[in-house]
Design a protein around this ligand. Sequence first.
Ligand code: PEP
Ligand code: MN
Length: 454
Amino acid sequence: MGNSLGAVANRAPWRPDSWQEKVAAQQAIYPDAGELDKALTELSGLPPLVTSWEILALREQIAEAQRGERFFLQGGDCAESFAECNSAVITNRLKVLLQMSLILVHGLQMPVVRVGRFAGQYAKPRSSNDETRDGVTLPSYRGDIINSPEFTPEARIPDPRRLIQAHASSAMTMNFVRALVDGGFADLHHPEYWNLGWVEHSPLAEDFQQLATSIGRSVRFMETISGRRAGSVKRVDFYTSHEALHLHYEQALTREVPRQEGWWNLSTHFPWIGMRTASMEDAHLEFMRGIRNPIGMKVGPSVEPGLLTDMLEVLNPNREEGKIVLIHRMGAGKVADKLPKLIRAVQDSGSPVLWICDPMHGNTESTADGIKTRRFRNIMAEVDEAFDVHHDNGSRLGGVHLELTGEDVTECTGGARDLVDADLRRAYKSTVDPRLNYEQALELAMLIVRKHET
Ligand code: PEP
Ligand code: MN
């Protein structure tokens, strides 16, 4: 086991900028520090994107999920882009998340915590600092908050004005999401609003058809007895999240709030620490330990139990409920080997966490022609293994973290329509990781329900 007490006691008092005394992995280097300062000063004066009471409400929902009373659904793009901050993309993404959550509510018979990977998911860690195409090497694309995906030297220079644009695009996304959710997604209960044509292509067609019919029936039943339309969830019922990678951006939106104690990261409800920045020495852990938000942390296959419990001690020394969500991403076939010792170490530590599974990032591969993809069957296999391994170790898998879009893209292969490698070129839009499309996302939700029933 690690030396957790020493690790915490050795830290100087936290401040919103105390992370700057440590080394932060995966940061952009701006050519002009003065321009960066100017943008950060401007950002610090802009209104926040979320409120502390919404954050507290999410913490309460996470605490319920930790007690086994809720399922946690987190999903959205690998990276949002400024160009796709538009009505269709936002609406379709919200629709698929809402429909998945209805499938889960109905099938698991419990409420769902709905968290979007959006309104701020603009910074990307990269496995390499540069990218080579046809013998030309340029700095990597690091997300729209930093540079631009075009393969030219100018596009790849970090531009601090993008921080302001990221805040603006997040605010526009947030504003539209709030309006849609408040407006009730009026047509949610109409069968024609659900595109379920794919169901007949599934080997589980009959099962899925029954599930779809029965969801339709219960939605109408709920509406009849409550006199409300089922889509009219309250606006705080949808939360936002992103990887808190760009620490200057996160700091500029971290504020004190009247009549509340402590510091709140008001750029999002639920920031998470990515796998590449989850270490004791990294500045990200230092920054995240001081904010009142609930925090996610990715847990990859190389994390040792002692490191995990040390990091938990730093992030949640008082063992508060509703504070920590651990997002494991091991890869299909590796869960049974990697996860049990981590589950046991966390159990022994007595620190309350919610475990959820990201079945995307351990299952990325390249096709013969070099296209990044993920296979639906590997994604489902990892979720399947995760449910079993938690169950066998006296724990519970309480949710999933997915990369998905409401658009009809062809980025992941498999699923009911059995997309093959040759289909990927047809509608591949992601500039970073491949996402589940609308149909694959609904299918995954139905398979989770089916798993739960067996
Ligand atoms: C991501 O969520 O897009 C990501 C980069 O994940 P990870 O940190 O788990 O690799
Ligand atoms: Mn990703």
